[in-house]
Design a protein around this ligand. Sequence first.
Ligand code: PAF
Length: 271
Amino acid sequence: MRDIALAWRADGLTVGLVPTMGALHAGHMSLVEAACRENERVVVSIFVNPIQFGAGEDLGRYPRSPERDLAMLREAGVDAIYKPSVADMYPPGAGTRVNVHGIADSLEGVARPGHFEGVATVVAKLFAAALPDRAYFGQKDAQQLAVVKRLAADLDLGVEIRACPTVREADGLALSSRNAYLDAAERQAAVCLSRALRLASEAYRRGERDLGRLRAILRNTIEAEPLASLDYAEVVDPATFTRGGSLAVLAVRIGKTRLIDNHDLKLTYPG
Ligand code: PAF
């Protein structure tokens, strides 16, 4: 991949990178569309990164749809699909890991120890392979987005991190490859995440600024759903992920499936 990227850059072409783990859906494709609009060449990486999954997480059963992914990316007109193997990315003896301290130490970082180390390491390697001017990440994974922005700034990687809005189903459920795990009843129950964010957003618009009360709206809405179990509900600063600010973030288990979602309460809730 790096040779192709070097040749593009030697020709003065701008390069956009969309890192993915495959099982592509309309959320990914919105990143691809933004990358195609803003760059002369676009690379999409597909790599289910083992080091960002903890023991007992869903690495083994993570959804995979390689043929469908390729068809969608060809149709979108991307210039290169980068599909490294695990051995390409982590050959024997590879021992370097990238840690973004601070942002990565709360919420998802606590719930999924080692997750952001795995994300930061693979993203740094993908940047080294594709040499992008811009890289595209979804706002749905808001803490990942903040970690990657910090990584790019702290290591002077010269990559502009572009954030793209969360894509939602008609009933509000944020698109995620993990939605494929939900059965019919769980799929209905999963709408409690977006309902909680909408209710908190409406309260914020009416003037509610008390973090405890905003958190209670999020928590009570999730707890009203019998199939849901709350992991965390917080209101944080979107850049630092410290408590305060206006980004409402949620992690919720629906049956065995763990879903995350977020919304900046300063913005009108979509729909
Ligand atoms: O968001 C994802 O799909 C992954 O965390 C990423 C950014 C592709 C790194 O493996």
